[in-house]
Design a protein around this ligand. Structure first.
Ligand code: ADP
Ligand code: TPW
Length: 596
């Protein structure tokens, strides 16, 4: 520590130390430490070993110095992708993912990912270089001038600016705590250019750094809240558990599984909670979702908000007569945020605390003779499951030409089954919905997707981070439109030689590819792309493997080869351009559909 702290840090772009006769190196006395080094030391001290970003003024040297200091610097082609990478690294590791960008435009490019991280409760820190505060506040027109803190604040859980080298330690500590504690989220840390070469006494600098102790403290639920929840669950005739991505994030996998199995309550996983228990688990009611939601009388939510993805807990999805109908159902909600309960419908038994502590408290209180849910309920679910699984099996057995979503995803389903440690990244509309329902997941945190906003563009950023953080094989199932949002990062995949196999379900457009411009004008419909596009050549351009697959057999052998070789691979899986519906399964959210 002292050794690194006293190590002279160079500030020129070339980084060749210039030693003066008075013994100063680059104008910095040997007993001093500069902002660059303090930032690096603060990150290292807190166990942050990977930075996702894109260099340029004023952070170019910082990226070099970070690399030289032994951190992994993953450099992207667009900051948005670096930001998404950081956010999902945070979700996977419970350490804040760090994204480093230049000022104004770089910052703004990263901001979408920061806002998405906050929305999804992913811990992330966006660090951007910025112009001097004196110039920004007087609006004097600096290079890439922008009041970044003010712009970041509404999109982040917290936003901080550090003006003095001696405050770097506090700034970093506050950012880490804000990102990780309570409900995780995105944090913005503003570092003005002038801060980097600022020097202070090395000993003072060393003392100014903070190793954050217990950044995500356990929050133990109140015993009476746990009792209230258990009594309600025990009284249920048709209980149901819904697992959300908060449950996946919490890494309380064994206790969550024990709670589900000891109570015998059927469960439904939200998209990114798939695999928390294997999708093939006999208590999974995913294949009977549209039956269990309206029928359940007591629902236990574990790390899942009653937002649009759960139809706000009311209306027809939940058996209500009108969209506003709350119904008679009771809800138990485990969440770390004390403000989450009652956000849409009354929560009869809120249990506030971290999921690990809440689930273990419940487990401790239920003992070993918890009554199994009534057989009538379990049998009714089993019956629906059998019917729906049979329907799915039939759909998967078809082998139409060209391929459709089912025949292509049947292959992906088999490959994921054979490679349960592989991480599945997924985006698109139909490409998302069909993959979610067709491809079973077997382990926790293996499915990463568009999340709470249903945002397109996470694909390559998530893939890079998943491969870098876990070292596992990644399979990215992408709609052709979805892929386009981050497609240039195939170069990044090749540069870092990451084991990512991209499968583009290519139907020539947004949702589908057969729409025509009915005005008779010369432009194509806004929803279609160049027909027969050869996406696989993009990967070949950078030395990766590109494959055109027009049949399930071709897709299968290409995916098998990708798993074997672990080379960056892009498979252009050509499917019927008439396959797919507008907006996939959320067609009803289109304003025009609502009016009808
Ligand atoms: P999904 O989209 O899967 O339904 P959401 O993102 O809507 O999930 O909900 C996740 C919830 O989990 C959030 O309300 C968040 O506060 C909560 N959460 C995240 N981490 C924890 C944790 N460690 N303990 C308790 N709750 C958590
Ligand atoms: C940042 C709107 C939702 S889904 C989608 C768009 C543009 C693409 C659907 O086509 P794709 O998949 O990917 O080819 P498929 O299988 O249905 O053909 N901009 C952002 N986010 C969203 N969600 C959109 C636009 C959208």
């Amino acid at each position: 520590m002292v050794e690194t702290a006293t190590k002279p840090a160079a500030t020129t772009a070339e980084d060749t130390p210039k030693v003066t006769r008075s013994g100063e190196i680059n104008g910095q006395s040997q007993g001093e430490i500069d902002g660059f080094q303090l930032i690096i030391d603060a990150l290292k001290l807190n166990g942050i070993d990977t930075i996702f970003g894109l260099p340029g003024i004023p952070i170019t040297d910082l990226t070099r110095k970070l690399q030289r200091a032994g951190l992994r610097v993953i450099s992207f082609r667009h900051e948005q992708n670096a930001g998404y990478a950081a956010s999902i690294a945070g979700f996977m590791t419970q350490k804040p993912g760090v994204c480093l960008t230049v000022s104004a435009p770089g910052f703004l490019n990263g901001l979408t990912a920061l806002a998405n991280a906050t929305t999804n409760c992913f811990p992330m820190i966006l660090i951007s270089g910025s112009s001097e505060r004196e110039i920004v506040d007087l609006q004097q027109g600096d290079y890439e001038e922008m009041d970044q803190v003010a712009i970041a604040r509404p999109h982040a859980k917290a936003a901080f600016r550090v003006l003095h080298a001696e405050d770097i330690g506090v700034g970093m500590a506050r950012a880490i705590r804000a990102a990780l504690s309570g409900r995780p989220g995105g944090v913005y840390l503003d570092l003005p250019a002038k801060l980097f070469p600022q020097t202070i006494d090395a000993e003072l600098g060393r003392k100014s750094l903070i190793k954050v102790v217990d950044p995500a403290p356990r929050q133990i639920p109140a015993p009476d809240a746990v009792q209230r929840a258990l009594e309600l669950l025990k009284s249920a005739k048709r209980p149901l558990i819904i697992l959300g991505k908060g449950a996946a994030y919490a890494q309380a996998d064994a206790d969550i599984r024990a709670l589900v199995e000891k109570t015998g309550i059927p469960y439904v996983p939200m998209s990114m909670a798939k695999g928390l228990l294997p999708d093939t688990h006999e208590q999974s009611a995913a294949a009977a979702r549209s039956y269990v939601l309206p029928e359940a009388d007591v629902v236990l939510l574990i790390g899942a908000r009653l937002n649009w993805l759960l139809s706000h807990g009311k209306g027809k999805t939940w058996g209500g007569k009108s969209p506003k109908d709350w119904g008679d159902r009771k809800f138990v909600q485990i969440d770390i945020s004390p403000q989450e309960a009652d956000s849409n419908v009354p929560i009869d038994a809120p249990v506030v605390g971290d999921i690990g502590s809440c689930v273990s408290a419940m487990l401790g209180a239920i003992g070993s003779n918890w009554p199994k849910p009534p057989a009538e309920w379990l049998n009714a679910i089993a019956e629906r499951k059998i019917k729906n699984v049979a329907k799915m099996t039939e759909a998967l057995a078809n082998n139409p030409t060209p391929m459709n979503f089912h025949s292509a995803l049947n292959v992906v389903r088999d490959i994921v089954k054979a490679n349960p440690d592989a991480i599945l990244v997924n985006e698109g509309a139909n490409a998302l919905d069909f993959t979610r329902s067709i491809v079973d997941m077997y382990k926790p945190r293996k499915r990463l997707d568009v999340g709470t906003w249903g945002v397109m563009g996470i694909g390559m950023g998530f893939s890079v981070a998943a491969a870098v953080v876990s070292g596992e094989q990644v399979i990215a199932v992408e709609g052709d439109s979805a892929f386009g949002f981050s497609g240039m990062e195939v170069e990044t995949l090749c540069r870092y030689n990451l084991p990512v196999c991209i499968v583009i379900l290519n139907n020539n457009g947004v949702y589908r590819g057969d729409e025509v411009n009915t005005t008779g004008g010369r432009d194509p419909s806004p929803l279609v792309f160049v027909k027969g596009a050869r996406y696989e050549k993009l990967m070949e351009a950078f030395g990766g493997v590109g494959v055109l697959a027009t049949t399930p057999a071709e897709l299968r052998s290409a995916m098998q080869e990708a798993m074997r070789s672990r080379k960056p691979t892009l498979i252009n899986a050509v499917i019927d351009e008439k396959a797919g519906t507008e907006s996939g399964r959320i067609t009803s959210l289109n304003p025009t559909a609502k009016k009808k």
